[in-house]
Design a protein around this ligand. Structure first.
Ligand SMILES: O=C(CO)COP(=O)(O)O
Length: 266
């Protein structure tokens, strides 16, 4: 399962997770700077996505539509519920109506600070799929689990948990992001070999759960302290199809550099 299909089959995705940063005013300027830095050739080579806080999405939709920008956008979370008395929640239908393409499900910060478990993450994945959003299912182990050598079983259990009862025709369009918690915001990036080990194992598990064909289509991203200086080595690995970028996505120049990883030395 280690062979990388032709690029048209798995187009790389570079997604910027802004987390809880910037005001919507700053966010608009930031999108403009990134869009200004990217050329048509970049969009042909990679899909570029921005995942701002909910409150910016309308502004970004208007900017993207008005200027016909080729980047896409999405949200950092979604309610598992369709609609109703769920104060403070944002539904998949609301996000779809705002033109969102992607939504994160199960980011480690949601799992940690909001006690999201695999059952809830699974419900979010299904809610997103129902409204034709592409969920980016986030998985990855903490430092203790890695030290215990249980990173594969831990992460694969999260993949299985997140995909419970998701049929193949829907699973084939999801994205999975492997984000080892010990590498998030720490400056400590996983080595390309460490990232490949887990991303390759995820693909193998997808083949077991569904089929080899499906596993070959699903994009698997790496996330955790990705920067211009380390992206090329990570992207050179056969089972890594892009990156989920946190801190570096807030720096337009750095994010553009990451999107142009193919011009950087490995
Ligand atoms: O959590 C992440 C993206 O979702 C990674 O964050 P950093 O790139 O800041 O380590």
């Amino acid at each position: 399962m280690a062979s990388k299909p032709a690029p048209q089959q798995r187009k790389p995705l570079i997604a910027g997770n802004w987390k809880m940063n910037l005001t919507h005013f700053e966010g608009i300027a930031h999108v403009q700077k990134v869009a200004f830095g990217l050329k048509d050739a970049d969009y042909e080579a990679v899909d570029v996505a921005m995942l701002p806080p909910f409150t910016f999405i309308r502004s970004i939709q208007m900017l993207v539509d008005a200027d016909k920008l080729k980047l896409v956008y999405g949200a950092q979370d979604v309610s598992p519920h369709e609609k109703g008395a769920y104060t403070g929640e944002i539904s998949a239908a609301m996000l779809a109506k705002l033109g969102c393409t992607y939504v994160l499900a199960g980011h480690s910060e949601r799992r940690q600070y909001h006690h999201e478990d695999d059952t809830l993450v699974n419900a979010k994945v299904k809610a997103a799929l129902k409204d034709d959003l592409t969920p980016i299912l986030c998985v990855g182990e903490g430092l203790e689990v890695r030290k215990a050598g249980e990173h594969l079983s831990h992460t694969l259990a999260q993949v299985e948990g997140g995909l419970q009862k998701v049929p193949a025709d829907q699973a084939q369009r999801i994205v999975i992001a492997y984000e080892p918690v010990w590498a998030i915001g720490t400056g400590e990036v996983a080595t390309p070999e460490d990232a490949q080990e887990v991303c390759g194992a995820i693909r193998t598990r997808l083949a077991e759960l569904y089929s080899g064909d499906l596993a070959d289509q699903v994009r698997i991203l790496y996330g955790g302290s990705v920067k211009g200086g380390n992206i090329a080595g990570i992207m050179a690995k056969p089972d890594i199809d892009g990156a989920l970028v946190g801190g570096a996505s807030l720096d337009a120049g750095e994010f553009v550099k990451i999107c142009r990883y193919r011009e950087l030395p490995v």
